[in-house]
Ligand binder design. Structure first.
Ligand SMILES: Cc1cc2nc3c(=O)[nH]c(=O)nc-3n(C[C@H](O)[C@H](O)[C@H](O)COP(=O)(O)OP(=O)(O)OC[C@H]3O[C@@H](n4cnc5c(N)ncnc54)[C@H](O)[C@@H]3O)c2cc1C
Length: 307
C-alpha cells in the first residue's frame, strides 16, 4: 500500500526527531510499491531520496527539496524456504530477528533491538558484537534510480565494517535473502532476552533521548593498535563527554552518542559533532569518521547527494 503525505516534517520520521519539511513523502511497504513509485518519479523526472527507519540520519532544519520515499512496512514481509529467509527490505530489522527466533534459525539474533529496516541495515552493514548482516546475506534484489531491478549476490555489496558498495552507488535494496542455520528456538529466545536487557542498560531510550545511535565509526587499526578501537573511549579521554551546543548534548552513558535535549536543532547536532572531532584531533591526532548521515543543508558545509 502506498500513501502520499504532503508537507510532511521529517522530524516525524527520524529517531533523532529532527528535520524540516519535504514537499512530498511517499510511504511504500512492499517491493512492488517501491518499484512502481520509483518508476513514476523517474518518468516525471522528480528527484527523490529514500529513507527506512530514519535511525541513522540527521536531517537539516530546513528539510529537503526533493521528494522522500519512506520504505518501511508496518507488518513484517518474510517468507521461509528451508534455511533461507526472503524478506522485504522494508521490514523492521527487529521483526526479522524475532521471526528467526520463532522459526529456530540462527545468524541474525545479534541484530535484536537495532532500530531501522532490513534495507538500512544491509546498506550500512549494521551489526553488533563483531557480527554484521552482510555475513549471512546470500542475495538481494536491488533497483536503480529508474526502477529497473536486478538480482545480485553478496559479493556485489563489497561489505566492510559498517559499509557496503551501495553507500556509494545510487541503488536501492528492495528485498533480501539470508541463509541461516537451524538452532533451538528456546536457546535463541534466551539469548534474545539477554540482548534486549543489555541494550536497555547501554543504549538511550529513544522516547526520552532521541538520537541516531553511535555518531562516529570505531577507529580502524593503526600501526600502534592492530585492532579496531572504540571511539567512545577516545572521546571520553579528550573531554568530549562535557561538550554541548544549544540543545545537543552527549549521552551520559556513552561519549559517542549525541542526544537531543530541549530546544535542540539539527544545526546544534552538526556543530557539536565538529567539536567532538576537534577534541579528538587535538588530543590524539586522530580523524573521526561519521557513521551517521547528514541530509540537507547545514551551515559551514553542504551535505548533498548522499546517495
Ligand atoms: C538507539 C540506537 C541504537 C543503534 N544501535 C546500532 C547497532 O547496534 N548497530 C548498528 O549497526 N547500528 C545501530 N544504530 C544505527 C541504525 O539503527 C542503523 O544504521 C540502521 O541499520 C539504519 O537503518 P534505517 O532503516 O533506520 O536507515 P535510515 O536511517 O533510514 O537510512 C540510512 C541510510 O540507508 C539508506 N537506506 C535505507 N533503506 C534503504 C534501502 N532499502 N535501500 C538503499 N538504501 C537505503 C538511506 O538512504 C540512508 O542513506 C543504532 C541507532 C539508534 C538510534
Amino acid at each position: 500500500m502506498m500513501k502520499h503525505i504532503p508537507n510532511a516534517r521529517l522530524s516525524d520520521y527520524t529517531t533523532f526527531q529532527l528535520g524540516g519539511p519535504c514537499s512530498c513523502l511517499i510511504e511504500c511497504q512492499s517491493p512492488d510499491d517501491l518499484q512502481k513509485t520509483i518508476a513514476t518519479l523517474s518518468k516525471n523526472k522528480t528527484p527523490f531520496i529514500l529513507i527506512g527507519g530514519g535511525s541513522n540520519l540527521v536531517v537539516s532544519d530546513s528539510g529537503v527539496t526533493t521528494a522522500v520515499i519512506r520504505y518501511l512496512s508496518e507488518e513484517p514481509l518474510i517468507e521461509r524456504v528451508g534455511n533461507e529467509v526472503i524478506v522485504s527490505a522494508s521490514t523492521i530489522l527487529d521483526d526479522l530477528a524475532l521471526f528467526c527466533v520463532s522459526e529456530g534459525l540462527t545468524g541474525l539474533n545479534y541484530t535484536t533491538g537495532i532500530p531501522g529496516t532490513v534495507g538500512g541495515a544491509v546498506v550500512g552493514n549494521a551489526g553488533a558484537w563483531g557480527k554484521q548482516v552482510g555475513d549471512v546475506l546470500s542475495s538481494a534484489v536491488i533497483l536503480d534510480k529508474s526502477g529497473n531491478s536486478k538480482q545480485v549476490d553478496r559479493s556485489y555489496f563489497a561489505f566492510q565494517y559498517r559499509h557496503s558498495h551501495l553507500k556509494e552507488s545510487d541503488e536501492i535494496v528492495a528485498s533480501v535473502s539470508f541463509t541461516l542455520t537451524p538452532a533451538d528456538p528456546l536457546v535463541l529466545a534466551k539469548e534474545r532476552s539477554e540482548i534486549v536487557k543489555l541494550r536497555a542498560e547501554k543504549h538511550p531510550d529513544l522516547t526520552r533521548f532521541p538520537c541516531a545511535g553511535s555518531f562516529f565509526r570505531n577507529i580502524e587499526p593503526t600501526p600502534k593498535a592492530d585492532r579496531r578501537q572504540v571511539t567512545g573511549g577516545f572521546l571520553e579521554d579528550a573531554g568530549g563527554k562535557h561538550l554541548k551546543v544549544g540543545g545537543a548534548q552527549i549521552f551520559e552513558k556513552h561519549a559517542n552518542i549525541i542526544v537531543k535535549g530541549p530546544g535542540c536543532t539539527a544545526q546544534d547536532v552538526f556543530d557539536l559533532h565538529l567539536q567532538m572531532m576537534k577534541v579528538v584531533k587535538d588530543k590524539f591526532d586522530l580523524q573521526l569518521n561519521r557513521e551517521v548521515r547528514f541530509v540537507g543543508d547545514f551551515r559551514d558545509h553542504k551535505h548533498e547527494g548522499f546517495w
